[in-house]
Design a protein around this ligand. Structure first.
Ligand SMILES: Cc1cc2nc3c(=O)[nH]c(=O)nc-3n(C[C@H](O)[C@H](O)[C@H](O)COP(=O)(O)O)c2cc1C
Length: 355
């Protein structure tokens, strides 16, 4: 475990984390047509900061009005009204001493055409996931193969949303490159079978992600953090590993050459041994990067949090932080806490148990 432990301070550049415990990004599907989350969802975030979190993530924010959206009622952050709505929330989170981080994504082939103005989905290759859409139970449509015109449009969506987050005051901006969404689809040969400069070897599959990182960095000032999130699994076709060990580590090496400030690693279970090795995902990541590492996955009480911090710099909780309003103080006091199941989190998805 790190010297000082879970409740020690940590700095990335000049951004101070007052402790090592954060609330993971969680989509809440609460926005109405204006793309602004419901008040109680905002209050949920502020409440987690008040209860002592060192970092609080937004839900995943959709990056453009064409084909990015994957779920009903998702949030956006590119109009003045949306920026004005987030400002006091970000202020209140950071007033409590937590670092507010905005995560953004494009859903790619697991977008839902019906909820997108362009009524289409786009992806690196015209391949639908095997699994049906869990919300509608219908098959996902075969996406259009993304063109160079589409790529430029998608990139601008990430840049505009990052500008919105900077204007709203977020200290961190995260590119969601995990869970089988668009950027993850580019990185993995499972979904990227292009024959051009954006497909094939890992370096080519990384090319679009690199272009987005570099364009987004231009609008994220050096006193704010730019992070990426990565995983070896996706929210559909969950049985598929997106990388082998060599590919995964190559992606991490490529990330490490870019102007980013941290890598957030998303797992089912932080301590699970992976790629047929004796190591967990954080260890496999640490072997090839010196960047700060965030880790998440079944970190539910003091001992799992301390354990996870042995291989990472910040530990995040999703379900426990969602379902237990006092999670941070319960961890601080070492209370016995149960691991949480996805079914419980689904019940608490939008309406109830927010505070
Ligand atoms: C309701 C819910 C919504 C989620 N939405 C997102 C999201 O928008 N972006 C993301 O990167 N991960 C999302 N996740 C995954 C969590 O950030 C986290 O990685 C996952 O729940 C595993 O951590 P845990 O075992 O502590 O819950 C979501 C999880 C839950 C339970």
């Amino acid at each position: 475990m790190k010297s000082g432990g879970l409740f020690s301070e940590y700095c990335i550049k000049d951004v101070l984390f007052k402790n090592r415990l954060g609330v993971a990004p969680m989509t809440r599907m609460s926005s109405s047509v204006d793309g602004i989350p419901r008040r109680d969802v905002f209050e949920f975030l502020v409440h987690r900061a008040k209860s002592g979190a060192g970092a609080v993530y937004s839900e995943a924010i959709v990056t453009d009005y064409e084909s990015a959206q994957g779920y009903p009622r998702q949030s956006r952050l590119s109009t003045q009204r949306q920026i004005e709505a987030w400002k006091p929330v970000v202020h209140d989170i950071q007033q409590e001493g937590a670092v507010a981080i905005m995560q953004m994504f494009h859903c790619g082939r697991i977008a839902t055409p019906e909820v997108n103005p362009a009524h289409r989905s786009i992806a690196p290759s015209p391949l639908a996931p095997r699994q049906n859409n869990p919300l509608s139970a219908a098959p996902y449509p075969v996406p259009d193969e993304i063109t160079f015109f589409d790529m430029k449009h998608v990139l601008l969506g990430f840049v505009e949303t990052a500008r919105g987050a900077v204007a709203a005051g977020f200290k961190g901006i995260e590119l969601h490159c995990a869970h089988g969404y668009l950027l993850s689809q580019f990185l993995s040969s499972y979904s990227n079978q292009r024959g051009d400069a954006f497909g094939g070897p890992v370096e080519n599959r990384f090319r679009f992600v690199r272009e987005i990182i570099q364009a987004v960095r231009e609008v994220v000032p050096s006193d704010r953090l730019l992070l990426v999130r990565i995983s070896n699994w996706g929210v559909v076709d969950m049985d598929v590993e997106l990388f082998n060990k060599e590919e995964y580590q190559e992606v991490i090496r490529l990330f490490s050459k870019e102007p980013i400030d941290a890598i957030s690693v998303s797992t089912y279970a932080y301590d699970q041994k992976v790629f047929g090795t004796n190591q967990n995902m954080a260890q496999i990541t640490r072997d090839v990067t010196t960047l700060p590492i965030f880790i998440c996955g079944q970190i539910h009480d003091r001992s799992s949090a301390e354990n996870a911090l042995g291989d990472a710099d910040i530990v995040l909780s999703g379900k426990s932080a969602l379902l237990n309003p006092q999670w941070i103080s319960d961890v601080r006091q070492g209370r016995p806490l149960p691991p949480r199941r996805s079914e419980e989190a689904n019940i608490a998805y939008t309406e109830t148990q927010l505070l």
